[in-house]
Design a protein around this ligand. Structure first.
Ligand SMILES: C[S@@+](CC[C@H](N)C(=O)[O-])C[C@H]1O[C@@H](n2cnc3c(N)ncnc32)[C@H](O)[C@@H]1O
Ligand code: SF4
Length: 375
């Protein structure tokens, strides 16, 4: 079983915190769709004859596409691959794109899950980070998506935004849980070098949140999701039982996928490939049948390190039996040796051959991962 990720690298304007590869160059949409369809043909053999269990349109802004543009991509996918009848098919959407007209037109497409990038329900926050929508638009987007029949809705929120207080974050969560959604991705704000937000911090014109407040916000998040019956199944991902993101879970379980479009990644257990992150270069290379991606063959160390990096952040944790079967006893020994201090300091829990982060460990997950890496 495999997944397909399609990257739609367009944004109508850039948010101050974001360093994902996107451009404000919507005139290229039709040509890019042609190239994406061609790449799907090229990539067909990369995943052998695996059936498709998830399809995910990410961005950028997939909700910038109209029904016929999506349809061209779906036609290619369904003609080239065997898509399972219960496949999870998601698209990311920006709230201001989700008018009732738009939702009605795309409701005829095979989507059964929508991930809405809300980030904050506070208009002041939204203006500061240069989002295109207001709080009301965000709330209406969720309600309208429910009204046209979406029964699996996720929203993205960011905590630790400049000037945000713990109480303000509590209010955000209250609004989120009042909407009857099935899934939340909540990310602690990171300052990515080169972004507008990074510059604002350098210039000292924004009030950043200290680590202690960030930790309190994360604790509050964990309490609130649990009170609302959601599972914390990954550091930043929370779902009602039965509504975990199958697509993201497949990344964390080391399953194979193809990534199509500029800057998308592909993985087939033996190699990783990543497409050029330029719309122009991507379109040109696909048209000229020249190379449009870089490739890395994965050594046993790469595979072990990848496994550690993704599995420690999930509620299933690191499975030593999996390590033994896939990498051998030497790696189990190495892992146990390096995790010992974190077991003693209760940053991780070690039980039944599984290593899982405790809530204290969540705050230092990157440090723990670094200690477990093998080079
Ligand atoms: C690349 S965006 C795509 C979603 C869509 N374009 C949107 O903005 O709604 C995926 C998610 O990553 C999160 N994100 C991006 N940059 C971040 C940052 N610097 N810190 C925390 N979260 C971030 C946001 O929650 C965002 O919705
Ligand atoms: S957060 Fe989303 S809309 Fe904003 S710049 Fe990044 S990809 Fe574009």
């Amino acid at each position: 079983m495999a997944g397909i990720y399609i990257h739609i690298p367009f944004c109508k304007k850039r948010c101050t915190y974001c360093d994902f590869y996107t451009e404000v160059a919507t005139q290229f949409i039709p040509t890019l769709i042609d190239s994406i369809v061609k790449e799907l043909h090229i990539r067909k053999d990369y995943i052998q004859n695996e059936t498709i269990k998830t399809i995910y349109f990410g961005g950028g802004t997939p909700s910038i596409l109209n029904k016929s543009e999506f349809k061209m991509i779906f036609d290619a996918i369904f003609s080239l691959f065997e898509v399972e009848s219960d496949a999870e098919i998601t698209f990311e959407a920006n709230p201001d794109d989700l008018t009732t007209d738009y939702l009605n037109t795309i409701s005829f497409l095979p989507f059964n899950r929508i991930s809405i990038g809300i980030q904050s329900f506070e208009d002041e926050d939204l203006k500061r980070i240069n989002r295109r929508h207001t709080s009301n638009e965000a709330i209406n987007a969720v309600k309208d998506a429910q009204m046209v029949g979406f029964k699996n809705i996720s929203i993205d929120l960011i905590y630790g935004l400049p000037f945000q207080s713990v109480d303000a974050w509590r209010n955000q969560l209250d609004v989120a849980f009042s909407l009857g959604i099935q899934h939340i991705s909540a990310y602690g704000l990171t300052y990515e070098e080169g972004t507008e937000l990074w510059k604002q911090r350098e210039e000292g014109i924004i009030d950043t949140i200290d680590d202690e407040t960030m930790n309190k916000m994360y604790e509050l998040l964990l309490e609130t999701v649990s009170k609302n019956g959601f599972e914390a199944y990954e550091i930043s991902n929370f779902a009602q039982p039965g509504f975990r993101s199958k697509h993201n879970t497949s990344y964390w379980k080391n399953e194979i996928y193809i990534g199509v479009g500029p800057s998308a990644h592909s993985f087939n257990l033996e190699s990783r490939q990543w497409n050029v992150n330029s719309i122009n270069q991507y379109i040109k290379a696909i048209n000229e049948n020249s190379n449009y991606f870089e490739k890395e063959d994965l050594s046993i160390f790469d595979k072990y390190n990848d496994y550690i990096m993704v599995s420690l952040r999930t509620s299933d944790g690191i499975d030593l039996e999996f390590i033994k079967l896939n990498f051998g006893d030497e790696f189990v020994h190495y892992c146990l040796q390096n995790i010992k201090t974190f077991i003693d300091s209760e940053k991780v829990d070690y039980n039944n051959d599984k290593i899982r982060l405790t809530s204290a460990g969540n705050q230092i997950s990157n440090l723990i991962i670094m200690q477990l890496m093998k080079v």
